[in-house]
Design a protein around this ligand. Structure first.
Ligand SMILES: C[S@@+](CC[C@H](N)C(=O)[O-])C[C@H]1O[C@@H](n2cnc3c(N)ncnc32)[C@H](O)[C@@H]1O
Ligand code: SF4
Length: 443
């Protein structure tokens, strides 16, 4: 994989539009389809090692729908829907616990949507359902929850801290109010400040803040200011998301020189946060070294994930599944209503099967896009396939000096490769996933 001329074509192509996709959880949900036959979940999970699972609870409600967001969530769900949702969740958790048998859930995440859209009493119900079914308690199982500025209220934060939730993750996006409004999020700066103060005063001990760059009207100076403003709270973890414009969100590309603008802003984030003592673990994630890298976005999930709630994904080694997916209000409501009315949570009807090739690609994506890089031997041991022979693009990345072989045989992105890693991800997708995701985007 050495002695090739630098692959300038590849580099030029990736630089032209470096942020067209965000590889999060390969294969992406847009590649999921309805299965020909429902899959029996008891049979599926019986063949898995169930001793170190992660649990995820999706709470798909928000006080508003932000213009940039294409997550599965419903703004202003209206009377009664959250209560009915929690009743269905209790049924699903009980059914899941039954077919999982002696499974052990090692860590828990509550995401959405905005989990703290729920009241304290509703959050209590959700945690009670998890404890009854799986014996998980946040004071014994590391637990992380997402929140938003408007819903991070002292009563909820105190409750979360009291029951032992370890980490809270909040989307601030920018400290310049005008920039946040332009991406379709009616957030007052004083609300964001109030929420961060409340988290530090009353909330769980670890704080993660999400910021976004590449926004219309955002200058290098205002981005620098957002970063330094946020440092006042010294978050243990900061995610800097380049704005990616996704189908169905209705947000257009409004800046000339989009790609260069975002690369420049990415570099500012690296500079400001590194100077402030943060380490980088991926394109997006920066953390204080004392906290470590355990909750990493690309952390390999070799033991499987149990997703609960409508919109959650579950991962086994051979099959990923979830409920149906939508972004627009009418189909989201329909999917939610159908899910709430479900009386059989023991089958999966929608998802994707993972062949050995897909498993190997998933392993590569989870490790190559992380600063520690890909260990080809470990990949072969875990998936049975050698990524170096299966994926010639790895050699091209090395030839283009976007990746390098380290002394211990790993393939690791260079600094330039890391800043282009959102464009590198899709090069590793299988033809099937590429085709299905492209079709989904056209619909
Ligand atoms: C589930 S949301 C955050 C939780 C909470 N609902 C909130 O909005 O405050 C996860 C994060 O992904 C990022 N994100 C969402 N859509 C994005 C997009 N189109 N481009 C870049 N980042 C995005 C935002 O930073 C957002 O805070
Ligand atoms: S960004 Fe957060 S608050 Fe906004 S719609 Fe998405 S999940 Fe809801």
């Amino acid at each position: 994989m050495t002695a090739l001329a630098p692959d300038t074509d590849l580099r030029t192509r990736l630089r032209a539009d470096p942020y067209d996709a965000y590889t999060y959880g390969y294969p992406h949900k847009s590649a999921y389809r309805t299965f020909e036959q429902p899959v029996d979940l008891a049979e599926l999970w019986a063949g898995q090692d169930r001793q170190h699972l992660s649990g995820y609870l999706h709470l798909p409600f928000c006080e508003m729908r932000c213009g940039f967001c294409n997550l599965f969530t419903l703004a202003n769900p209206g009377d009664g829907l959250t209560a009915a949702y929690l009743r269905a969740l209790a049924r699903q958790a009980a059914a899941t616990a039954e077919f999982l048998g002696d499974a052990q859930i090692d860590r828990l995440a509550l995401g959405g949507g905005t989990p703290t859209f729920l009241t304290v009493a509703e959050l209590e119900q959700a945690f009670a359902a998890l404890e009854r079914a799986f014996g998980t308690r946040p004071d014994a199982t590391p637990t992380v929850i997402e929140t938003s500025p408007a819903t991070a209220t002292p009563d909820r934060l105190r409750y979360l801290r009291e029951i032992g939730v370890e980490r809270v993750s909040i989307g601030i996006q920018s400290t310049t109010e005008r920039e946040v409004h332009r991406i379709g999020r009616p957030q007052a700066h004083r609300t964001a400040v109030g929420a961060l103060d409340a988290i530090r005063a009353d909330g769980p001990p670890l704080l993660n803040v999400d910021l976004m760059y590449g926004l219309a009207g955002q200058t290098e100076e205002s981005w620098r200011r957002s970063l330094t403003d946020i440092l006042a709270w010294r978050p243990e973890e900061i995610f800097c998301y380049p704005l990616y414009v996704r189908p169905l969100t209705g947000l257009g590309r409004t800046i000339d020189g989009w790609a260069d603008h975002r690369i420049a802003q990415y570099r500012i984030a690296v500079e400001v946060l590194t100077d402030a003592g943060y380490r980088q673990s991926s394109l997006r994630r920066f953390y204080l070294p004392a906290v470590g890298t355990t909750d990493d976005e690309y952390a390999a999930d070799p033991h499987g994930k149990v997703g609960l709630g409508c919109g959650a994904r579950s991962y086994t080694s051979s099959l990923h599944y979830s409920s149906e997916f939508a972004v627009e209000r009418t189909p989201v409501k329909r999917i939610l209503r159908d899910w709430i009315a479900t009386d059989d949570f023991t089958v999966a009807t929608y998802g994707i099967e993972l062949s050995a090739d897909e498993r190997m690609r998933r392993y590569v994506l989870q490790t190559l896009l992380h600063v520690d890089g890909l260990d080809p031997d470990a990949c072969r041991a875990a998936t049975g396939l050698d990524p170096v022979t299966e994926l010639p693009v790895l050699a091209r990345l090395v030839a283009a000096e976007l990746a390098e072989r380290t002394g211990d045989g790993r393939i690791r992105l260079t600094a330039e490769g890391l800043e282009l890693s959102d464009a590198i991800g899709p090069l590793l997708y299988s033809p099937q996933v590429r085709r299905r995701s492209a079709l989904a985007e056209q619909r």
